[in-house]
Design a protein around this ligand. Structure first.
Ligand SMILES: NC(=O)c1ccc[n+]([C@@H]2O[C@H](COP(=O)([O-])OP(=O)(O)OC[C@H]3O[C@@H](n4cnc5c(N)ncnc54)[C@H](O)[C@@H]3O)[C@@H](O)[C@H]2O)c1
Ligand SMILES: O=C(O)C(=O)C[C@]1(C(=O)O)C=C[C@@H](O)C=C1
Length: 363
């Protein structure tokens, strides 16, 4: 039996637990510092066993996943280095920053255990075990940050276990990871939060701001609802990279100010054209890049029953819809329906079916 201990059974820890639980030969132990959380993990069937004792979980484990906020990772690695771990035990984490925890892992004597940093490039603005899903990592990249001291057989064992997530496992240097992920994940979170707070200020004086906020605002700001403590830790941990990225961001904003002040319409057009070209050639529909699910948009007239009709049509043909959202709907104006699917085949079938019924479908 291979025992997996998960510390911090929240969105990411819970999703990993669900990927492993019930698989032949795997036994999943969840750990929380709170007794009430431990009960919840077992009641929800996310883990096979749960405990508030760190030693009980860690010392039984062949694999240890640290899924707590970035600011707590190093204290966990240090605590583990004082325990009687199984020889060959692999300790990994899921933190959104990698350089500091990787350095901590390689600087400590782990008594026969091996530390390999990790980061699944998939997530959500939601948090807690309630938001966990066994599908979260499917098709996403899952970064591992081995270094020259990592035994190849340990890397192979961890990679083999992570096949249960259905993610694509890639090895990346820890510092390079923090620079790239700072740009494509941490900076966008800062921008989304700053934008929402700017509009929040206007809304405080005039509530029409919130009422009129439509698809564009919602699309760019979903991640502003992310868990504050998790993101406080990520941003502070990646401060050096982010300060440099924010300087570049200020320059991008200054260019827009200049283009507007001097009516440079051709430059504005060029900025949109270049951005569109780059975004459109990104690997679409791969989780963790742009789309977290397989999605399409359907223009629908705003009349009663239309949504039911679409859902029924998909259900009739056994197309598995994972989410449905009305982006905008006003009387006499076509609304936009966002349909989300977990599988490419479901999306393809939905596009075919709705297209045949005469609905304009976009990606
Ligand atoms: N949210 C994402 O999209 C995402 C994606 C990839 C990786 N991550 C990383 O995953 C880790 C967990 O994030 P999450 O989104 O699952 O958050 P979460 O809030 O859903 O889960 C965090 C878990 O850690 C526990 N925890 C919180 N503070 C703690 C403390 N001081 N000591 C011990 N346990 C504590 C919580 O009880 C919870 O079980 C973070 O390191 C984050 O950087 C997050
Ligand atoms: O989809 C989201 O909500 C996410 O924030 C996921 C996201 C990202 O920025 O892409 C966030 C943090 C991670 O560490 C990895 C992925």
């Amino acid at each position: 039996m291979t025992t997996i201990a998960i510390f911090g059974v929240g969105l990411i820890g819970g999703s990993l637990a669900l990927c492993f639980k019930g698989k032949p030969g795997l036994h999943v132990i969840g750990h929380s510092v709170r007794a009430s959380s431990v009960e919840k993990y077992v009641q929800r069937g996310v883990v096979d066993q749960a405990t508030t004792s760190m030693a009980e979980a860690a010392e039984a484990a062949d694999f240890i996943f640290l899924c707590v906020p970035v600011g707590n990772l190093e204290e966990y690695v240090k605590e583990l280095s004082r325990m009687n771990l199984k020889p060959g035990c692999i300790i990994t984490d899921v933190g959104s920053t990698k350089a500091s925890v990787a350095e901590c892992g390689s600087s400590l004597q782990l008594n026969g255990a091996v530390f390999i940093g990790g980061h699944p490039m998939a997530g959500s603005e939601r948090s807690g075990v309630e938001a966990a899903s066994s599908h979260l990592f499917e098709n996403a990249f899952y970064v591992l940050t081995p270094d020259t001291t990592t035994p190849p057989e340990s890397l192979e064992r961890l990679t083999a276990l992570l096949q249960h997530t259905k993610a694509h496992i890639v090895s990346v240097n820890a510092k390079e990871h923090d620079e790239i992920v700072g740009a494509i994940s941490h900076l966008p979170h800062i921008i989304a939060v700053a934008l929402v707070n700017q509009i929040r200020g206007y809304h405080a004086k005039n509530e029409m701001y919130g009422s009129l906020a439509a698809g564009g605002f919602r699309d760019i700001t979903r991640i502003a609802s992310s868990e504050p403590v998790v993101w406080r830790d990520i941003l502070l941990n990646n401060k050096r990279v982010l300060l440099s990225l924010l300087k570049d961001w200020n320059e991008e904003m200054s260019r827009f100010i200049e283009m507007l002040e001097s009516d440079q319409g051709d430059h504005i057009e060029e900025a949109f054209r270049l951005a569109g070209e780059f975004r459109n050639q990104l690997p679409e529909r791969r989780k963790g890049m742009i789309h977290s699910v397989f999605e399409c948009y359907v223009d629908v007239p705003d009349h009663p029953g239309i949504i039911g009709q679409i859902a029924t049509e998909l259900g009739k043909h056994r197309v598995n819809l994972s989410n449905l959202q009305i982006i905008e709907s006003r009387e006499d104006v076509p609304g936009i329906l966002r349909l989300s699917f977990r599988e490419q085949t479901d999306l393809d079938q939905a596009v075919k079916l709705l297209g045949a019924l005469g609905y304009p479908v976009h990606f």
